[in-house]
Design a protein around this ligand. Structure first.
Ligand code: UD1
Ligand code: CA
Length: 454
């Protein structure tokens, strides 16, 4: 039996007070809708359908990582009407699972449990929860024997029904065949003048189709986002889940409440992370890595036992084992630090290799460069890689020593073991083991009288 996941995402989301369609608002760096589709994609044989309306173009343009079949709902006439828009392209032999683009934390394990409960769509399976305050939600109406009879929307419910605490999360599974029969029979004759998807429950009961409910593992899974407050709350829930997973896997976190992962963080044994760090995209921290407070690391790999000190920014860089980075270091795309290399405070490295054991310790820019082993790059050294139009490369050999405040005007080579005197502007190749002094000679004027004020 195939599975068609129909995700509703046509609503405007007025309470977000935003030009951006609600489902594109981000949780952990990804649109809410992407989280839903990622969960759905983990179900076997799932085809993905998304019903869009408000901001449809933007949604289609931004959600490109999933093979989605889009259905348009130009007017929002209710959840039943929304699902109906997708049905013409849904395989009539499939089971349909209805999800919501603004309910981002739903787990695939919960969805699988729901699908199991619907037995290939033969039963109607509902995801329900008990809430202390069920105001606003559709209520699950059961008979004396506990069998589900119907869902009654809050606005249509009697005072007696308002007391029911078991509510509809909206997420359900049933066969496409049944939906194709039931959806055309919906009427908008209710308090909101909408075609309620929830009215199919009473239809199922009337036809003797079994209706069963299961519950999610935790409430956050079924929480919807209507405003930025709720989105911020779910962001914290999600981040706490990530942090707890890392702690269980043996990572030390100075404070699990002060960590943000927007992507995937893979960490080895005995990794420790101080407060306020942000990890984006795919980040790998090998065994024994230590990350200081307030670092931002994106799409990078950090080798074993490397220390990244406070306030460093690392983006698309490769850092080998036993390196030292920061405090206040910036590694930009294409930076590669080989083992035991050091890049210290206020240093920027871009598209450059810093060889094994080499040191770039203070206030330096290394761009489009290749530095060999055990070289020492003095404070304030700049590789002048750009003439305003083109970029050129600087090569520095093993064991070279670049004196402080030197400018290396690329393309240029400094040979192995060479020394560059402090304050030099190097424009010509420096041979191996040579000393280059490229600065004006010091001149002392004796008894110099300073100008006096007139
Ligand atoms: C719905 C359920 C209610 C449940 C609640 C859980 C119905 C009739 N009611 O109520 O039982 O307790 O969710 O949150 O289903 N949407 C569309 N097109 C439409 C209408 C809605 O795409 O024409 C989307 C919305 O963008 C939203 C979702 O469906 O993401 C739910 O719609 P909403 O109108 O918020 O339903 P509720 O009144 O919350
Ligand atoms: Ca809602």
């Amino acid at each position: 039996m195939t599975l068609a996941v129909v995700t509703l995402a046509a609503g405007k989301g007025s309470r977000m007070k935003s030009d951006l369609p609600k489902v594109l608002h981000k949780l952990a760096g990804q649109p809410m809708l992407s989280h839903v589709l990622a969960s759905a994609s983990q179900l076997p044989q799932a085809s993905l359908h998304v019903v869009i309306g408000h901001g449809a173009d933007a949604v289609q343009q931004q959600i490109t990582d999933f093979p989605v079949q889009w259905a348009m709902q130009t007017e929002q006439k209710g959840t039943g009407h929304a699902v109906a828009q997708a049905m013409p392209v849904v395989d009539p032999q499939s089971t349909v699972l209805v999800l919501y683009g603004d309910v981002p934390l739903i787990r695939s394990a919960t969805l699988q449990k729901l699908l199991d409960e619907s037995h290939d769509g033969n039963a109607l399976a509902l995801l329900t929860v008990e809430l202390d305050d069920p105001t606003g939600y559709g209520r699950i109406v059961r008979d004396d024997a506990g069998n589900i009879q119907a869902i009654v929307e809050h606005k249509d419910a009697t005072p007696e029904q308002h007391k029911i605490r078991e509510v509809n999360t909206g997420i359900l599974a049933v066969s496409a065949q049944q939906l194709n029969e039931w959806l055309p029979q919906l009427s908008a004759n209710n308090a909101q003048g909408e075609y309620y998807l929830t009215d199919v429950i009473a239809m199922a009961v009337a036809q003797g189709v079994a209706v069963r409910a299961i519950h999610p593992q935790d409430e956050a899974e079924v929480q919807g986002v209507n405003d930025r407050l709720q989105l911020a709350e779910l962001e914290r829930v999600y981040q706490r889940q990530q942090a707890d997973e890392l702690l269980r896997a043996g990572v030390s976190l100075a404070d699990p409440a002060r960590l943000d992962i927007r992507g995937t963080l893979t960490a080895g044994a005995d990794v420790s992370i101080d407060v306020g760090c942000v990890f984006e995209g795919n980040v790998v921290l090998e065994d024994g890595v230590q990350i200081g407070a307030y670092c931002v690391i994106k799409n990078s790999r950090i080798g074993a036992a490397t220390q990244v000190e406070t306030y460093s920014l690392i983006d698309q860089a490769l850092v080998a084992d036993n390196c030292q980075v920061g405090p206040y270091a910036r590694l930009r795309p294409g930076a590669e630090l080989q083992r035991k290399a050091k890049v210290g405070n206020f240093c920027e490295v871009k598209k450059a290799v810093v060889g094994e054991g080499s040191k770039v310790n203070h206030l330096t820019y290394i761009g489009d460069a290749e530095i060999g082993k055990d070289a020492n790059i003095g404070a304030g050294t700049i590789t002048c890689n750009y003439d305003g139009v083109n970029k050129f490369k600087t090569e520095i050999g093993d064991g070279a020593f670049i004196g402080s405040n030197s400018s290396l005007v690329a393309p240029v080579k400094v040979g192995a073991g060479a020394t560059v005197a402090a304050g030099s502007v190097i424009t010509k190749e420096v041979g191996a083991d040579d000393l280059a002094v490229a600065r004006s000679k010091q001149r002392n004027v004796q008894g110099w009288a300073r100008p006096k004020k007139k």
